[in-house]
Design a protein around this ligand. Structure first.
Ligand SMILES: Cc1cc2nc3c(=O)[nH]c(=O)nc-3n(C[C@H](O)[C@H](O)[C@H](O)COP(=O)(O)O)c2cc1C
Length: 190
């Protein structure tokens, strides 16, 4: 991709990925970009946990039961293919990263600023990957908030909060860009 403005404006959330591995050096560069995000008071509140096969397998029982609950909520009947789809959502993605932000329960303002900083960091990662033609989806599905996920990743929910999983891979397709009306979001005041 060429040019920062092009990278910023063309990025879209990618939901389907090709069966092609990500070069570890592209991922490392993205982590470097992520680590250069701003953080007030230099707290560097972000952490990135790259989920390997074994860790993903440990998440599967919760992924399947959450999907079953969702199917029941939607229509009452659980289709035969739901388990295959649920497993695929975790096992067939080239790279999945759990992103966490530092918690500071004794200082709500710090915690909010740290969350903002972690989002900046995460978006640096996303844009660095997009520059290489690699797509991603930020996901805040039930599994990202499930207690078993904290346990399987090996983190404490009193010290860190998972703000989402980032699913990463080469796009099978890129969704259409929706036009957004600039006049609704920008006001030039006198
Ligand atoms: C905080 C946050 C959480 C999100 N969680 C999900 C999610 O759980 N599942 C999903 O499919 N997309 C999720 N997304 C992606 C949004 O749906 C997507 O950014 C939005 O539809 C706009 O599309 P675009 O990213 O292509 O511009 C999330 C985005 C943000 C910022």
């Amino acid at each position: 991709m060429s040019g920062t403005q092009e990278i910023l404006n063309s990025r879209r959330t990618v939901y389907r990925f090709r069966d092609k591995q990500i070069d570890p050096s592209d991922l490392e560069q993205a982590f470097q970009a992520a680590n250069n995000a701003p953080s007030h008071k230099q707290t560097y509140p972000w952490k990135y946990y790259v989920l390997g096969r074994e860790t993903r397998e440990m998440l599967l029982p919760s992924v399947i039961s959450l999907s079953r609950e969702k199917e029941i909520r939607k229509g009452g009947e659980v289709s035969e293919s739901f388990e295959t789809r649920a497993v695929s959502k975790i096992m067939d993605i080239p790279v999945i990263i759990a992103v966490t932000t530092k918690l500071t329960p004794e200082d709500a303002f710090r915690e909010e600023e740290d969350y903002a900083a972690t989002v900046c960091s995460l978006h640096n990662l996303v844009l660095s990957l997009w520059d290489k033609g690699i797509g991603s989806q930020w996901s805040t599905g039930g599994i990202t908030r499930h207690p078993s996920t904290y346990k399987n990743i090996g983190i404490s929910d009193s010290l860190e909060r998972i703000i989402g999983f980032v699913k990463i891979g080469y796009p099978e397709s890129v969704p259409e860009k929706k036009g957004r009306n600039m006049s609704e979001i920008v006001k030039y005041l006198p």
